[in-house]
Design a protein around this ligand. Structure first.
Ligand code: GLY
Ligand code: MN
Ligand code: MN
Length: 447
């Protein structure tokens, strides 16, 4: 396993022991909460396609990936008992249909007592004898994979672990810097492909080639949207056709390092002019929001402040008219910007714990009128999150304004001007610091 050139494996190796210490101490607390003696963390099982004998791409249990950088090996277990070296039951299936996993190696192996097994029965022999003292963390579709453990994903333990995952270790931060660097290489290739007039499909292929990911290794399906398609928030299609006239390109695409994701969006105009100027203006708006990120900030407040900025921008470009308060109140900004300002990022792209107020599971609801905001908790040092304002012409949402006071505030002629460009989103991944933030994405673009 090599992460070259995006991260130095020797650096990851030097940071990993402290990472494991943090993971252990979170599990110590989680076990205490659950009143259990052992945590058994399952990597996951492949899922077969209905009525068929091949599997969907394997997606590992994120809790397992938090322990070690194995993202593609099903049927493994980490067994953690406080004060003891964790055991890794490493499932190396004897299989001539597929390539079996290689022997374990890398900077992480010294932190585990590794027991290589080849059959399901063998796994059972390595689990703690008393299943009633265990909790199992993972997705269990087949009870045979629980080996008699009936406390599966107890919320007392998961609330603790999910809350903890919001704050990244130095090891995780290094992985995530690398994940930004890797994605940025793909973004550069994709921009070139766009400028060369390629189709969405060919831009996607150029992206994958640059980051050296297969489709299923991407942290989420690439959003590669030309022209109007940029208005579809999670546009999933990749057209093989080149549009007759190329106007704009919205790309939302990430990459992974050791199971940690980046999640980056950029928008480009084909030609200079009013839309290119708007992207530039939007980029300033996004950077103003990034500049406000620091520990102690209530993210819901930043999200609401983004609505205010978007209201002012809509008025400035004459797409809408009215005061910021009036445009927000009438739901006009929500029609142009219907998603949240950002979310926690980590092993999962929409990482867990964004609505948690504490490690007990108290939740903090999004502000009224903003149900899609995925991050409502106060910012803390070493959280990693996205800042991703957007502005789109989504006809379905414009139609919803019809018959409301908001409709008259929208200038339909200017809407018709903007529609063919789809929309704009600019998304960076930032690490919270005491008085500012580290912008993993812009650092990677600048390198
Ligand atoms: N790529 C999905 C998101 O930005 O949340
Ligand atoms: Mn994104
Ligand atoms: Mn995102």
């Amino acid at each position: 396993m090599s992460n070259t050139p995006y991260v130095d494996d020797a650096v990851l190796g030097s940071l990993y022991p402290d990472h494991i210490q943090t993971i252990k101490s979170r599990h110590d607390q989680a076990l205490e909460r659950a009143g259990a003696g052992h945590a058994v963390i399952f990597s996951g099982a492949p899922r077969a396609v209905f009525l068929d004998d091949y599997d969907y791409p394997f997606k590992p249990n994120p809790h397992f990936v938090g322990w070690l950088p194995l993202t593609q090996i099903p049927y493994c277990y980490v067994i953690y008992t406080p004060e003891e070296i964790p055991v890794l039951v490493y499932y190396q299936e004897k299989d001539y249909w597929h390539l079996p996993p290689a022997n374990p190696e890398g900077y992480w192996v010294d932190q585990f007592e590794i027991r290589v097994v080849h059959t399901h029965e063998e796994v059972g022999r390595h689990l703690p004898e008393d299943a009633s003292k265990c909790i199992l963390i993972g997705e269990i579709d087949d009870p045979a994979h629980a080996f008699g453990i009936d406390r599966i994903n107890p919320s007392s333990a998961l609330n603790m672990l999910h809350y903890g995952r919001g704050v990244k270790t130095a090891y995780e931060l290094e992985c995530m810097r690398g994940a930004s660097r890797r994605a940025v290489k793909g973004h550069a290739a994709a921009e070139n492909a766009f400028r060369a007039g390629k189709s969405e499909y060919d831009i996607h292929l150029d992206y994958c080639r640059a980051v050296k990911h297969t489709d299923s290794e991407l942290p989420y399906g690439n959003i590669i949207a030309l022209n109007e398609n940029g208005a579809v928030l999670h546009y999933q299609h990749q057209s093989r056709e080149k549009p007759a006239k190329l106007r704009s390109f919205l790309i939302d695409a990430g990459a992974g390092i050791c199971g940690y994701a980046s999640d980056i969006t950029r928008t480009y105009a084909k030609e200079s002019g009013e839309f290119a100027d708007l992207i530039e203006r939007f980029d300033e708006l996004q950077q103003q929001l990034v500049a406000e990120v620091k520990a102690g900030l209530d993210f819901s407040d930043l999200h609401v402040s983004c609505h205010r900025k978007i209201a002012e921008l809509l008025a400035e470009i004459r797409v809408a008219k009215g005061s910021a308060d009036a445009l927000i109140e009438a739901g006009v900004t929500s029609a142009f910007y219907p998603h949240g300002l950002g979310h926690l990022l980590g092993i999962q792209v929409h990482d867990v714990g964004g609505h948690q107020g504490d490690d007990l599971g108290t939740t903090i609801d999004p502000p009224i009128g903003h149900p899609l905001l995925r991050l409502t908790r106060q910012l803390e040092v070493d959280q990693v999150l996205t800042i991703e304002p957007g502005l789109y012409v989504i006809d379905m949402l414009q139609e919803n304004l019809a018959g409301t006071p908001g409709h008259a505030m929208v200038n339909q002629e200017r809407l018709d001007w903007l529609r063919p460009y789809g929309g704009i989103r600019i998304e960076d991944n930032v690490r919270v610091l005491a008085d500012s933030c580290e912008n993993l994405t812009r650092d990677a673009f600048a390198a």
